[in-house]
Design a protein around this ligand. Sequence first.
Ligand code: PGA
Ligand code: MG
Length: 232
Amino acid sequence: MLKAIVTDLDGTLTDERRRISTAAIEAIRDLVDAGVPVVIASGNTVCSLDILCKMIGTDGTVICENGGVYRFRFDGQIQITGRQPICWDAYHRIEEHFAAKGERLTLYSPENRFADVAFARSVDPAETAEVIADMPVRVIDTGFAIHLQYEGVSKGTALSDLAALMGISTDEMLAVGDSGNDTEMIRRAGIGAAVGNATEEMRDAADYVSKNKYGNGFVEIIQKYRPYFFER
Ligand SMILES: O=C(O)COP(=O)(O)O
Ligand SMILES: [Mg+2]
């Protein structure tokens, strides 16, 4: 039996231009109204997810900054497991490396981040990873941004921590996503699903890959697994 759903945001509830799927919002509201907790798990900041959760109508349980930050319900304490100072050290080395080639980096919402460092995909993610290969920092390419995260921290580790706070097991969770930053999360969840536009790595890790892409893929996954939430 499933007791909660954890879903990625960009590329899963939104399309490649980050426009949210209204069909996906309706599917989430239907689950919330039926008493199923829905957790949004993203590389985005807690600040942006708060607005989204309010407007969609979830209880505010979130995983942000690729697992570096999480919180159980709106009134819960924000937990920070990432180590941002080390990510900043890595960022400065990367910045210097690309500056020497005349390439500038563009940071994403640094004032609202507590755990990771995110910047535009204007440089090669593989080259970025080489520059900091000896540091305990992982380069995560979500397809929407490049993130620097302290090693060992992921949406998967946050999923396990949240399951404990929610009083359920990770086996009772359905996790859905589209990209490399979701693989550990879908592996740890009882059922892991990927939307049709997902990366190869995600498709390989998933128990089910939807035929449809983006929000329509999310809706297809919910339709398939909805009965599992109401088994006796
Ligand atoms: O913030 C990003 O880069 C992508 O966000 P996501 O985890 O919701 O896909
Ligand atoms: Mg995504």
